[in-house]
Design a binder for this molecule. Structure first.
Ligand SMILES: [Zn+2]
Length: 279
């Protein structure tokens, strides 16, 4: 949301406000940032990624991601009180993950992996659904309790050991696995969001299939903890059948998909730890 600069000319301010309101009415209202436990948890992960210099500040890849992020955020935003923000991060394994507070991280290699727009949209819809369901918040609170216990135990072994364990646990936060049930629920809510945003919700199922056909050593965290992809697809199929008025118009044939590709070796500029921004 652009900052409204105060002008010395009183006439322009009300006019600008009217123009601004008219523009923002066309979109879902973006909630005002509120700091609470969820945003704090999200900021801890953001800082971790920033310190590791994984967050991409600018890249032509953002141009490819943006239309999907915006369309999906518009539909998902009314269900979550903090603004959704999408960041590209550089990691080897194609992946996407969302943290409490509204940040969604898309690994650059996922943009090279997905074959069509529906697979990318499906992934983003799935991730924002984890945030809406507070899956990450619940898991991180649980993990923090484990961490406290382990750190307390480790202090007996010496402060250096405790420090190492704490760092290891913080590093794991972005990779925590959800239960199969939480995954299926995120698939279902994600399919509703994708359908409303105009993306074929079969895309996530096609992505499962592509990953199954790919080299398993590259299986992303998105799927690797959850081998029961068949169950997830069946749950989705049932949801589509039960809500035929919404879903029957979408083809399950991947041949109907819109191909997606990004420029090879797109340049990436990383956000440095001393830079302000994003969160
Ligand atoms: Zn998931």
């Amino acid at each position: 949301m652009p900052a409204l600069r105060l002008s010395t000319c009183g006439f322009w301010i009300p006019l600008l406000l009217v123009m601004f309101n008219t523009t923002s009415m066309a979109q879902a209202p973006t909630p005002e940032p509120v700091t609470d436990q969820e945003t704090e948890l999200g900021q801890a992960v953001y800082k971790q990624l920033l310190d590791k210099r994984e967050i991409i500040e600018s890249s032509p890849l953002y141009d490819s991601l943006k239309p999907f992020a915006e369309a999906i955020a518009r539909v998902a935003q009314p269900s979550y009180p903090h603004p959704f923000k999408f960041f590209l991060v550089h990691e080897a394994q194609p992946n996407a993950f969302a943290t409490p507070g509204g940040n969604v991280y898309v690994v650059d290699s996922l943009l090279y992996f997905v074959k069509n727009t529906e697979e990318l949209a499906g992934t983003l819809c799935h991730e924002v659904s984890h945030t809406i369901h507070r899956d990450g918040a619940a898991l991180m609170v649980k993990e923090q309790k484990i961490q406290e216990r382990e750190v307390a135990a480790a202090i007996l072994l010496g402060p250096t050991r405790a420090h190492i364990i704490a760092i290891a646990l913080i590093g794991k936060l972005q990779q925590l696995g959800y239960s199969r049930d939480a995954e299926s629920k995120a698939d279902v809510t994600g399919s509703d969001i994708c359908a409303e945003a105009g993306f074929n919700p079969w895309g996530l199922g096609w992505l499962f299939q592509d990953f199954q056909n790919a080299d398993t050593s590259r299986l992303p965290q998105l799927l690797s903890d959850h081998p029961a992809n068949g169950t997830r697809i069946r749950t989705l199929e049932k949801h589509f059948q039960d809500n035929a008025s919404t879903f029957s118009k979408f083809s399950r044939d991947p041949k109907s998909a819109t191909p997606f590709s990004v420029p090879k070796d797109a340049p990436e500029v990383f956000l440095l730890p001393n830079t302000k921004g994003g969160n």
